[in-house]
Ligand binder design. Structure first.
Ligand SMILES: Cc1ncc(COP(=O)(O)O)c(C=O)c1O
Length: 323
């Protein structure tokens, strides 16, 4: 699929290696989500990096730049920048410690910074500018990208977020804790069956039944939908979300801003999505099942503050499941 010069590909080491061999007429960017925010599946970043660089045969001229979307990954896993060094890494801090919201970071390699151009300028980003002439010179370093007043109170509070993570033993401990709970939750959810029909209650997306289900391969996320006793029809995600909130369980529902994952795992083709829109379904609404197909899913995200007691799937099964 080609849209305005952008191509979307499934993340796959062979496809990336092929991509890096293409001759380039301009500097180009390949962007990868380190962890899928729908299935929790993690990429083997080291392998992707090695394969991509090994087959990059563009010796001179424009080169590939790499952007790692680490937003989902860094919420529960350490990211070791001695192993991979993408040109750019994007992340959101609230996904790590919940506060402050609306503040993230774009980490940029020093030697990739000069490639970034700006088509405008705002306060704080220039060395000099003129009002009488169309003239300005940007500041030489990263400050040329930080337009306007920064969220300095939010930035100061990050210090406490990082200290808190350290006090819990760091990201490695968080990864171990959340992974243990994820395994526990996965087993519980998979074991739930309707007593009358023996039909499985939970349909989980993108997590295989086979091992290894290590913390190297999966982050602590489970996306699912619930199936009725007949084993065929769905309990809509909006219904589940509302009942769950009565049990004080907060769930994210829909497509999680990840339309590609919804298309893949819910087997919605382009026609389905357009037909659903024409039928009045938009992102964030409650039209959860159309023509017998779910329009989204339910996501459980396990954080550092979750405990075994929180993983009480009986609360869900009490509502939806007779058995
Ligand atoms: C992988 C990934 N990238 C980007 C985002 C967007 O983050 P934000 O809303 O903080 O910009 C999300 C949020 O769910 C995400 O999971």
């Amino acid at each position: 699929l080609k849209v305005d010069g952008a191509t979307f590909l499934p993340t796959d080491a062979d496809k990336l290696a092929n991509l890096s061999q293409r001759p380039l007429s301009a500097p180009s960017l390949v962007a990868i989500a380190a962890q899928c925010n729908f299935t929790g599946m993690k990429q083997n970043l080291q392998e992707l990096d090695i394969r991509f660089r090994a087959s990059d045969n563009v010796a001179s001229g424009p080169r590939w730049f790499t952007l790692l979307d680490a937003a989902s990954w860094v919420s529960s896993s350490p990211l070791d920048l001695s192993v991979i060094q993408p040109d750019f890494i994007a992340l959101s801090f609230y996904k790590i410690f919940g506060f402050p919201t609306g503040l993230g970071a774009l980490l940029v390699r020093q030697d990739s910074l000069q490639t970034l151009n700006k088509s405008y300028f705002g306060g704080g980003t220039v060395a000099a500018s003129l009002s009488s002439e169309r003239f300005h010179q940007l500041r030489p370093d990263f400050r040329r990208f930080e337009d306007g007043t920064s969220d300095f109170l939010g930035i100061i509070s990050l210090k406490f977020g990082f200290s808190f993570v350290e006090s819990l033993g760091g990201m490695r401990s968080i990864q171990q804790h959340t992974h243990t709970l994820w395994r526990y939750c996965l087993e519980k959810m998979r074991s739930l069956r309707h007593a009358s029909s023996n039909a499985q209650l939970v349909k989980i997306y993108g997590i295989p039944n086979e091992e290894p289900l290590s913390s190297q391969r999966f982050g602590p996320i489970i996306s699912f939908n619930l199936v009725r006793e007949d084993g065929k029809t769905w309990i809509g995600y909006a219904e589940v979300e509302k009942f769950a909130s009565l049990e004080k369980i907060q769930l994210r529902t829909g497509c999680f801003c990840n339309p590609g994952a919804c298309e893949t795992y819910l087997q919605l083709d382009a026609e389905d999505v357009k037909r659903n829109l024409a039928a009045g379904h938009v992102c964030w609404d409650d039209k959860d099942v159309i023509n017998g197909k779910p329009t989204g899913a339910i996501r459980l995200s396990i954080s550092y503050f979750a405990t075994h007691n929180d993983i009480d799937v009986r609360s869900l099964s009490r509502i939806f499941f007779q058995g």
